[in-house]
Design a binder for this molecule. Sequence first.
Ligand SMILES: Nc1ncnc2c1ncn2[C@@H]1O[C@H](COP(=O)(O)OP(=O)(O)OP(=O)(O)O)[C@@H](O)[C@H]1O
Length: 296
Amino acid sequence: MTAVLEARSLGKKFGRHWALRDCTIDIPAGHVVGLVGPNGAGKTTLLKLACGQLEPTTGDVTVLGGRPGSTPAQLARVGFVAQDTPLYAGLTVAEHLRLGARLNPRWDAALARERIAQVGLVPTQRVGKLSGGQRAQLALTLGLAKRPELLILDEPVASLDPLARREFLQALMEATAEHRLSVLLSSHLVSDLERVCDYLIVLVDSRVRIAGELDRLLASHHRLTGPRRDPDRLPADQHVVSARHTERQSTYVIRTDAPIHDPAWTVTALSLEDLVLAHMDRRPEQPRRDVLEVRR
Ligand SMILES: Nc1ncnc2c1ncn2[C@@H]1O[C@H](COP(=O)(O)OP(=O)(O)OP(=O)(O)O)[C@@H](O)[C@H]1O
């Protein structure tokens, strides 16, 4: 399957500060990709590089086989809903839909109309008078009705109420199944991501910490709990993601593809939230391997 996004040593510097660095990823088509990480980790920067709103400082990025934003055809294939949902305050909801129809060759007018009615937006209402959540709903409708091959969403559901969030995520999943849409979305709401994502990218301190199919990542991460043990005494193929010790007990989150035979450990599976939090822990690395230690 072709990649929707390929980044090679991609980096972006603002002044002297790297917002994103050494980012090398291949995202296969047909996935709903969750992009997570702490505030300021570089998520928006990566999304803006992917849709051509920013130029890389280093490396390159290819989206659907082309340079982001390079041609009208390329622009038509990628939808982007920015975090601040930029819309025209003086235009009505209906005028936004007409604009969408004029600007987008693959525009799905029926989908746009139906969705507007479904989320309770009034076509004659001026956008400047909508609530933050209603504006987000309109922006998301414009993104879906464009019928892109890749839809990039920067924190799309943050301002939606819980029911609207669930409804939107459901619509996203249906669109991916029916229209071969790929989705790349950033969110801090890990429980929402758990519902829709099948591919995960964790960014920490401007770098990709992990990226891959969610099932595989969950299958290769484990929590080990048992008598206190230093990381030096773990097998070399168990990569420590995070560690927590009390006087008598150690709890590790490790990544390994090998079976864990040591009877001293109680081994448990991780939820998506556990996995994300273990990788987001930014405490200084320990000398041996990739240890992030939390002492109590
Ligand atoms: N236009 C800009 N000029 C200068 N610095 C910027 C600019 N845009 C982003 N940055 C910096 O780059 C870093 C990454 O920002 P980015 O917006 O990509 O983070 P993020 O992961 O999306 O954060 P959040 O979760 O808070 O939205 C931050 O330190 C930010 O201050």
